[in-house]
Structure formats: C-alpha cells, structure tokens
Design a protein around this ligand. Structure first.
Ligand code: PMP
Length: 405
C-alpha cells in the first residue's frame, strides 16, 4: 500500500485516539474515567431538537445551498450582530460541518505551499496538522515567560515575508486562558496594517467565567468586514454543547467566503440540513441554556482547581474559560505522553499529553463531565502518583495495581 507523502506526515488526532482507547476499555467493562473529553454532558437545547425534528418529519431532507440555508444564516447574522456589534451580509458567512471544516476551508483558501501560519502555544491539536495538509508551514510561538499568554513582541519576531495568517483561540483550548483586551487590540492592529490574516477561533467565546467577557476583535478595526483581514470562526459545538450536530461557520470578507464555498462545493457540499435546522433552532431559542451551561462549567472549574491543589508540586493556571485546564506535571514526569499512558494503564484515567498542544510536561484535563467523575479521576491520579500511597486500590471489585512510573 502506498499513501501520499503529504498524508504520511499527518498525525492521528490524539484526542480522538484517546476517545477510542477509552471506549474500547469501557466496552471491556473497565471503569475508565475520561478527563480528555471535549464535550459537556448537557442535552441539546429543546428548540434545536424541535426544529430539526420538524424538518426530519417533513421528509424534505435534501441538499441546501452549499454555504448554508438562508434561515440559518439569518440566525447567525443575528448572533454575530449581538456578539460583535457588526452586521455581516449573508455573503460574509459560510456554514460548514463543524468549526473543524470551517478552519480547514479557511486554510485551504489562504495558503500557498511554503506559506507560514503562526500558532500560539499552547495551541489546539489540529492547527499544525491542518496547516500541513494545505502544504503550509506551522510556525509555533511559545511564550517565553512561562505563562500561557503570548506577547506581541514574540509574535512579531516570528513573522516573516511568508507569514500569511495567525490563529488566535481565546478562550484557549487547552489552557483555558482568555487573551486580554490589550493583546487582542494590538494583534488586530498589527494584522490589519501588515495584511496578515487573523483567524479568530471563537468557538468557546460564551464559555467565560467570573464575569469576564471574550473580547470581540472587530471592535479594534475600522475596516468593514469585506476589507478587513479578520476571519472569525464560531459554531454550536461548545456554545450549546451540540458537538454531534457538526455545525460551524465562518464570518469573513465575501471574496474569501466565495472561494471557501467553491472548496466546500467540491468536497462535502452543504452540511446536513437536519443539523442546520438544529443549529437554527438553538440560535433562535431561549438563550438561558447557554448561561446554565456556563454556570455548570464554572462550578466544575472551581471544583477541579480545588482538587488540583492537593497534588504536590503541580501548578495550574486558573482557567478563565472553556472546560479545560493545563496543569504542569513536570514535578512528576517530564514526558507528558509517558505520564498520560501511565495514568491510563495504572489508574484507568484518560488525560491528554501537553506535548500534543506544544506544552511538554503538562496534561490537559477536562472538567466538562460530571463532578463526581472528574473528582474520582483526580483521586485515582493522586494515588497513582503518590509514592507513599498503598500499591493497590479497589474500584468496586476491580483491583488497580501501581508500579512506579
Ligand atoms: N477549535 C477548537 C479550539 C476546538 O477545541 C474545537 C473542538 N474541540 C474545534 C475548533 C472544532 O469544533 P467543531 O466540533 O465545531 O468541529
């Protein structure tokens, strides 16, 4: 079997692989706790279900315009106006099969071979692979001060004549950090003046804690959407916990959206009409579901921060958004893949190695699940990592045996 040179360079999705490993272990009856999970436990909003069920039972399940149904776009325009204080035209928007496809469409549209895309570590796992998939070069900027907040000087140093785009994800998966207003305004100004595209992955924008708000980047540009270099990505996966519906969208200059639509038309066509109806239902329904999801997750964040304090030598930056945190486990082990494997084998706890996000020595933990599950997961991790703890414990009648890392 021969696969292309490009395909060979693309890494497997670590998070999806871990999901699969956990599923197989669970099927075998193993009491696995999944702290790698990227989705909350909530049910889809009722209006999403009603609107999509109505579409389904009408039997009218056909192709839609490639870039999304006019009625979903109308709902998106309303959302964008509310969140960003900008009124996009329908031609500024393309709906895709998840924000993942939105991001891929953007990169496919912008990148020529050898073009560089700046990514800020810790970054979302898929960014570097997606950049490579369009023959681009990911350029990683790691904050030198050991925080998860990048500084403009560091980014400027990474810019070259090949820099085509910068991806900013705030609040950030995996760190939970919210980039501050000064940074967002500086980077918007920088990109607009240099003609570099600024891709804002805003899919966690409503999952922000402690009364903070994600800063809408459009506020810092005078340019209208069509002449601006800002490209904004959103979706229903994190906004409403509707991960399985697979709906994301891009807002950007219509010339780029037109090209993205051509790309999508030649690859997947429109996203499922049923899912589009669900997304429309969610966007047009009562928005208290977003707030209740946010409050649940904020409470989970407080619990996990408390629990993490009892690990010796582990420092965790307090997340201001998302449902992830990224504790520094270097006091136990420098190699996060090794540590993650150890925790899965010995404690049956799934974590995601920080190396996947450009942060070796850290582990990404999710607090999207039930409090009871993730606290139990942390208890098991504490046991597995404590040399003083007994060598065996029981989870029901399943004996866990630890030998040291
Ligand atoms: N961007 C980030 C930062 C994410 O964390 C995710 C999902 N984990 C996505 C994009 C993709 O989301 P979707 O489910 O809409 O494809």
């Amino acid at each position: 079997m021969t696969v292309s040179r490009l395909a060979r360079t693309i890494r497997e999705s670590a998070t999806l692989r871990l999901n699969e490993e956990a599923r197989i272990l669970r099927e075998k009856g193993e009491p696995v706790i999944h702290l790698g999970i990227g989705e909350p436990k909530n049910k889809a909003p009722i209006n999403a279900l009603l609107v999509s069920a109505a579409r389904l039972s009408s039997g009218d399940v056909k192709y839609t315009p490639t870039d999304g149904t006019p009625s979903l776009k109308k709902a998106i325009i309303r959302y964008m106006e509310e969140q960003y204080d900008r009124l996009p035209a329908p031609e500024n928007i393309i709906v895709s099969t998840g924000a993942k496809q939105s991001l891929y469409n953007i990169l496919f549209t912008l990148i020529d071979p050898q073009d560089e895309v700046i990514l800020l570590a810790p970054y979302w796992v898929s960014y570097p692979e997606m950049v490579k998939m369009v023959y681009g070069i990911p350029v990683i900027v790691v904050p030198e001060d050991g925080t998860f907040h990048p500084r403009m000087e560091e980014i400027e140093r990474a810019v070259s004549s090949y820099t085509k785009a910068i991806i900013v994800n705030s609040p950030n998966n995996p760190s939970g950090i919210l980039f501050n207003e000064a940074f967002i305004s500086e980077i918007v100004e920088f990109c607009e003046s240099k003609g570099i595209y600024l891709i804002l992955d805003d899919i966690y924008q409503k999952l922000v804690f402690d009364g903070l708000r994600a800063v809408p980047a459009y506020r810092y540009t005078q340019k209208d959407i069509d002449s601006s270099h800002l490209i904004v990505v959103n979706g229903v996966s994190k906004l409403y916990g509707m991960t399985g519906f697979r709906i994301g969208w891009v807002t950007g200059p219509r010339k780029l959206v037109e090209v993205m639509t051509n790309i999508q038309a030649q690859t997947t066509s429109n996203p499922s009409v049923i899912s589009q109806a669900a997304a429309e239902g969610a966007l047009m329904g009562v928005q208290s579901v977003v707030e209740s999801l946010r409050l649940t997750i904020q409470n989970n964040r407080d619990v996990i921060m408390q629990e993490l304090q009892s690990f010796n030598g582990v420092y965790t930056v307090k997340p201001q958004g998302t449902f992830y945190c990224l504790p520094d486990f270097r006091a136990y082990e420098q190699d996060s893949e090794k540590l993650s494997q150890f925790l899965l084998r010995k404690a049956l706890v799934v974590t995601v190695p920080g190396a996947e996000f450009g942060m070796q020595g850290y582990l990404r933990l999710s607090y999207a699940g039930a409090v009871k599950d993730f606290t139990e997961g942390l208890e098991r991790m504490k046991w597995a990592l404590d040399p003083e703890a007994p060598n065996e414990i029981y989870i029901g009648d399943r004996k866990l045996v630890r030998d040291w890392l």
